[in-house]
Design a protein around this ligand. Structure first.
Ligand code: DGP
Length: 111
């Protein structure tokens, strides 16, 4: 989608540190990491948010997220997954993305 930064990363017009790619998904390091490990998993197709995603893409995104989490060594101590949806959650990029954060302790409830 024109003007979408994550579509630019999918198209390789914009640079990112890509760590996983398959037919449906792309994973890359977050530009503003909030933990020692912080990466994003996105659908290659432009989908605005999780409300717009079908069952298949939701499953594929979570599958990709866990594959990369294991590869990053997060399986033993665990990690947090976050999907911000729309303004109350602070979604700042309107292209569906799962945050995977790890390598430190997290508090609950989240802010
Ligand atoms: P959210 O607030 O859930 O919409 O998070 C968007 C995340 O996307 C935020 O953690 C920063 C990250 N981000 C925004 N622009 C870029 C970019 O151009 N490259 C990369 N790698 N990450 C980005």
């Amino acid at each position: 989608m024109t003007g979408c930064v994550f579509c630019g990363i999918v198209d390789k017009r914009l640079k990112a540190s890509i760590i996983y790619e398959d037919d449906f998904c792309l994973a890359f390091e977050d530009i503003n990491p909030q933990a020692p490990v912080h990466f994003l998993v996105i659908p290659k197709r432009h989908i605005a948010d999780v409300l717009e995603a079908d069952k298949e893409i939701k499953g594929r995104l979570l599958e990709a997220a866990t594959i990369v989490a294991r590869e990053k060594g997060l399986a033993d101590d665990g990690f947090r997954t976050v999907i911000n949806c729309k303004r109350h959650a602070g979604q700042s990029v309107d292209h569906l993305h799962i945050h995977i954060l790890g390598g430190r302790w997290f508090t609950w409830p989240p802010g």
